[in-house]
Design a protein around this ligand. Structure first.
Ligand code: SAJ
Length: 418
């Protein structure tokens, strides 16, 4: 049997986070036997009970079904499987270099289980060359195997970067087109066959390096465009111009489509991935690096504005509306809003920060440690606040009538109430 026709019935997904778990669930729904692997016992237990350890619309219903049918289970150890999907974090180190240690650990876990003929897919976003690096770790541990296709001792390595938007993962996982880059054409074909089981989008084949770079390019494109909007917001502020009106007007031009400014760029993707391009090609990625720096400077601008307006109060109360990294999710990772709330708490000695975050039940530890920070209900915070600071455009905040805030200082970084 040619490897491309090999049945990929048992799939192991390593890393059951925001991407790995939905991927495991849709594969199981498509009829695969899926074994998920995670380093956290808590996650394994929660998933085996058919529950999702985080908030993602539509995931729990699918997960509960496939766990009940015995199509998906979770464990700590990497098992035997026909295909492996590596979906682990790739954070960056202090100097913005990619940290591939989680990918390496996953590869070391896979290596002893291999018999020949398996497909190993890297889903994690990573710098150019990472798929080759992952293959290198496995082939070093198992030198009897080769990356050359169609032999009894062949292994197949491929990169299929995830491109789903948090909050819409269950829809986009199935509907988005996928870029699939193999270390060999045969690996890409095998990867395509596996993903065709659940993905209705186009499956576009290329080499691994181009696939890696395509994913980084998508997020860098968005980062650069958001930086343009954020820079405009700072210019407009100094010029006494309403940036929201400015962008709305400019966007009437048929070839102009400016994104929205905000308190900065958050999340574990757009605020991280462009650095992987910069660290690979420092000299030639000046625009991408500048955009990152512009977006990273925006929280500081917001903090300065609040502190300046707070000067006239002896003990200012600031209502910080939203600390998630974007609207209608509970994800606080790399959140500029959370950092702003933290900084304000540290700098407003006599003041209070009333955090309103409808998607969480308790404050994260960094905020809870300040004794002048409270998690407050929206109405209560609006009533008590001297300064109302909009940081995230969560749905419930749209309901507020700005007329009721006429006595307050309103700093609206999302243009919510204009
Ligand atoms: N943001 C703005 N202004 C905008 C749009 C977004 O300030 O006009 C901010 C958001 O508030 C947030 C950050 O940017 O802080 C990122 O939000 P996002 O919705 O743009 O993107 P993510 O990080 O949730 O997901 C992105 C998506 N990539 C692209 O749209 C190119 C998603 O498709 C990727 O799968 C995901 O990164 C990923 O995992 O890489």
């Amino acid at each position: 049997m040619s490897p491309i026709n090999a049945p990929l019935d048992t799939v192991c997904v390593i890393g059951l986070g925001y991407i790995g778990l939905p991927t495991a669930a849709v594969l199981a729904q498509a009829g695969k036997t899926v074994i998920g692997v995670d380093i956290k016992q808590d996650n394994v237990d929660t998933i085996n009970a058919g529950q999702v350890p985080f908030v993602e619309e539509g995931l729990e219903a699918v997960l509960a079904g496939v766990v009940a049918q015995g199509k998906l289970s979770a464990q700590l150890e990497t098992p035997l499987a026909d295909a492996y999907i590596v979906s682990v974090p790739t954070p960056f180190t202090g100097d913005h270099e990619a940290d591939l240690s989680y990918i390496e650990a996953a590869a070391r876990g896979i290596a002893p289980q291999l018999k020949g003929g398996e497909l190993v897919v890297l889903e994690s976003t990573a710098p150019p060359g990472a798929t080759e690096h992952m293959a290198g770790v496995i082939l070093e541990a198992r030198p009897e195997f080769t990356n050359e296709p169609n032999l009894a001792n062949s292994l197949y390595f491929s990169h299929a970067p995830e491109r789903v938007l948090p909050g819409r993962i269950m829809i986009e996982m199935v509907e988005n087109d996928r870029i699939i880059g193999g270390l060999t054409r045969e690996a890409a074909e095998m990867n395509k066959e596996l993903y065709a089981s659940f993905c209705r989008g186009e499956l576009l084949l290329t080499d691994a390096r181009t696939a890696e770079m395509a994913k980084l390019t998508e997020n860098a494109f968005r980062d650069v465009n958001i930086a343009f909007a954020n820079e405009l917001s700072m210019i407009a502020d100094r010029q006494g111009i309403d940036v929201w009106e400015l962008i709305e007007l400019a966007n009437h031009h048929p070839r102009v489509n400016i994104l929205q400014p905000g308190p900065g760029v958050g999340g574990h993707c757009i605020a991280v991935d462009p650095w992987f391009i910069v660290s690979a090609e420092r000299e030639t990625s000046k625009l991408i690096a500048t955009a990152r720096n512009v977006n990273d400077s925006k929280p500081g601008v917001v903090i300065d504005k609040v502190l300046e307006r707070a000067e006239k109060f002896k003990a200012p109360a600031v209502a910080a509306l939203g600390i998630a990294f974007k609207a209608n999710i509970d994800d606080l990772r790399e959140s500029p809003s959370r950092n702003i709330a933290n900084s304000l708490a540290a700098q407003l000695d006599e003041g209070t920060v009333l955090v309103v975050e409808p998607n969480i039940d308790e404050l994260p530890r960094d905020l809870a440690e300040h004794d002048n920070v409270e998690l407050a209900e929206l109405e209560d915070a609006l009533e008590r606040a001297d300064i109302v600071l909009v940081l995230v455009d969560h749905d419930p905040f749209h309901e507020v009538d700005p007329e009721t805030l006429q006595e307050k200082i309103v700093i609206d970084t999302k243009g919510l109430w204009r």
